[in-house]
Design a protein around this ligand. Structure first.
Ligand SMILES: Cc1cc2nc3c(=O)[nH]c(=O)nc-3n(C[C@H](O)[C@H](O)[C@H](O)COP(=O)(O)OP(=O)(O)OC[C@H]3O[C@@H](n4cnc5c(N)ncnc54)[C@H](O)[C@@H]3O)c2cc1C
Length: 65
């Protein structure tokens, strides 16, 4: 979602020639927001909680916090 303009992201209808659905635009916005947060934090960011034993159950792909 990043553009050639620093810190400017483009989402939704303006960048999709054919997938014109409101939910796709909303999803694009959510993905761009995670991109921004990851960039700010300097590491991949996700905004959901996981159970404390998730790593034990599902492996290291899930980082329990
Ligand atoms: C006739 C029609 C029917 C549709 N029906 C459906 C449907 O049934 N279901 C569905 O899911 N999707 C439907 N869509 C598609 C859906 O409307 C779009 O996918 C969605 O609105 C795109 O959202 P967006 O935020 O990317 O862009 P937009 O909703 O187009 O929002 C862009 C906003 O930016 C503003 N803007 C533009 N230029 C500037 C500027 N220079 N400065 C400031 N603001 C600016 C505009 O005024 C607008 O408010 C339909 C689209 C059309 C045209």
């Amino acid at each position: 979602m990043e553009t050639s303009v620093e810190d400017a992201y483009a989402t939704g209808a303006m960048v999709r020639a054919e997938e014109w659905q409101a939910v796709i635009s909303a999803g694009d916005g959510a993905a761009a927001a995670l991109n921004v947060l990851s960039k700010e934090k300097g590491e991949h960011y996700h905004d959901f909680d996981v159970p404390a034993d998730a790593t034990e159950l599902f492996g290291s792909l899930v980082d329990a916090e």
